[in-house]
Ligand binder design. Sequence first.
Ligand code: SF4
Length: 218
Amino acid sequence: MGREIEIYRRLLDHYGPQRWWPAEDAFEMIVGALLMQQTAWRNVAEAIQNLKEAGLLEVRALAAAPVPVIRRHVKIAGLYRTKPKRLRDFCRHLLNRSDGDLTRYFDRSTDVVRNDLLAQDGVGPETADSILLYAGGHPVFLVDAYTIRIGGRIGLFDTNAYDDVQKHFETRVPRDLAMYREYHALLVAHAKALCRPTPSCNECPVRLLCDVGRGRKR
Ligand code: SF4
């Protein structure tokens, strides 16, 4: 068994199933991913709640809403000059592409949907992959700063490049949707609990698999 699978098993044993994402449906998940850049989840959750209470958490409603109105509701999520317009434009794109039907939108090959997402304003690889994985049901390995930190410390790879880290996992971990969703969530949990900027290696469930934990790397 490769280290990537063993790490997954140990993290799952230690933290238990995380069962992400904290959103009620695929559209809410997309809105969350688009608002998530450079802010904390609690701010995104509040922005989503504001949209919900205003009757705007729906693709047609958001596509038709004036940007200043959207801005008022999502301001707490930061980047208020760019995020509201991106959100509205993304909804307009969903309407154009699939009449706002998310099942239809995602019912294409992973590469086609990913390229379509990446072509939208403000959507980078991490946002695109979080939408694919958690809203679209496409098994892509979602990479973030935590993945890079933990994987680098363990000694799985020696790169910060998104595509290289993603490829590393995707070539070693079977493409299973539930497992990819859970793996990302477990890495986030681990980065917050133990593998913090200053890691708590003595309590770590993957210490014996880790270069830093075994003192081979500082
Ligand atoms: S042993 Fe330390 S550095 Fe390695 S994964 Fe665990 S907490 Fe992070």
